[in-house]
Design a protein around this ligand. Structure first.
Ligand code: UT7
Length: 331
């Protein structure tokens, strides 16, 4: 039977209302890192820009970090947790296959709204933001919480010199809601599953457990580096084009904190004006995957390096391989 199905009615525009982060307590400097791997402070700083990274302390978990960042973001947005119509968590280090961390988090925040986890690694926060913007504009949810959280220290072989110095822990969260003027540009996103082996779990959980082991992340750093400093620089240009902007319109650039040399390669390609503030939180926080973009955004805002109302370009990229980016007005 042909019927007339009512379409959802939403909001003309969406924006990021708030951002917040949680920084884990354990500081692992390069000197300590070099007790686990054959490396040097000089090599790590020159090749990546990392001076130290944060790992969870005994009391900290993926859940506790996500909750702390989320509570701050909800408070800063000036809404109640019960008003969240959807909670999206991006993580690859929540080791419960089911239920989702998002459903638990939603309950802890006092909402029965939609809740789901996404697996998009270091692009996860930007994937979540793209979905949040669509949900708010479609009317499927009025307020959406997006969380990027990782405990990569638990998913990394600390004696593997190809990954141990890079990966770190942390959480970042943002609330997206309706707006009179547009505050989030079109998401530019995609994947290249042909390169799925470039960053991947060493073995399946069941196989690892049967052998009394823990699976870890393995990475072909050179391939990822090549892809990120080539293809991703083009994707970054597409993010600007999609929003109808040019590099001159930007105030802030927040790339996934993968490696300062990748950030430099993107900068060379984009030819950003000197005045544009560039996130370099990798120096203190390392590469914490889905948490890196919102943590960097929060750090720039709380230290006064970036200001509310400024225009920022976000780009995330990583295991999949996947990527996503968009322009946002900073909360
Ligand atoms: O966040 C998800 C996405 N991930 C990324 O974007 C990571 C992208 N990849 C990278 O950031 C870089 O590839 C790494 C930082 C992981 C590695 O840097 P690289 O410049 O690509 O190093 P490489 O693997 O090409 O190795 C260069 C040299 C080698 O020595 P030789 O062959 O030139 O003598 C390695 O043996 O550095 C040596 N090396 C190290 N030396 C000290 C490799 N790892 C280390 C180490 N300490 N930890």
């Amino acid at each position: 039977m042909s019927v007339s199905i009512k379409a959802s009615t939403g909001n003309p525009f969406a924006r990021v209302l708030s951002v917040a982060s949680y920084v884990p307590s354990r500081v692992i400097d390069n000197a300590e890192m070099c007790t686990y791997i054959d490396s040097s402070d000089e090599w790590i700083q020159q090749r990546t820009g990392i001076a130290e990274r944060r790992w969870v302390g005994e009391e900290e978990t993926v859940e506790s970090m996500a909750l702390a960042a989320a509570q701050r973001a909800v408070e800063r947005a000036g809404i109640e947790g019960s008003e969240l119509g959807a909670v999206i968590v991006s993580t690859v280090t929540y080791f419960h296959q089911t239920p989702s961390l998002a459903a638990k988090l939603a309950h802890q925040l006092g909402t029965n709204g939609a809740a789901f986890d996404i697996s998009a690694a270091c692009a996860g926060f930007c994937y979540g933001l793209g979905q949040a913007e669509s949900l708010v504009r479609s009317g499927a949810a009025r307020y959406v919480l997006v969380v990027g959280v990782e405990e990569l220290s638990r998913f990394t072989d600390i004696h593997d010199r190809t990954t141990a110095f890079l990966f770190a822990d942390g959480a970042g969260a943002a609330v997206v809601g309706p707006s009179e003027i547009n505050g989030i540009g079109p998401v530019v996103w995609g994947s290249d599953g042909g390169q799925s082996q470039a960053i991947s779990q060493t073995t399946e959980w069941s196989e690892a457990v049967a052998n009394g082991q823990t699976p870890y992340l393995a990475m072909d750093g050179r391939s990822v580096f090549k892809w990120a400093s080539g293809f991703i620089t083009d994707a970054t240009k597409q993010v600007l084009d999609a929003a109808g902007l040019t590099p001159d319109d930007l105030d802030v650039f927040i790339p996934h904190q993968a490696n300062n040399r990748i950030t430099d390669a993107i900068l060379r390609h984009l030819k950003l004006p000197e005045r544009v503030v560039v996130a370099r939180t990798i120096k203190q926080f390392g590469n914490n995957s889905a948490a890196s973009v919102p943590m960097a955004m929060d750090q720039l805002l709380t230290t006064g390096k970036a200001k509310s109302g400024q225009t920022a370009l976000l780009i995330g990229f990583g295991a999949g391989l996947v990527y996503a980016g968009q322009i946002v007005t900073l909360p």
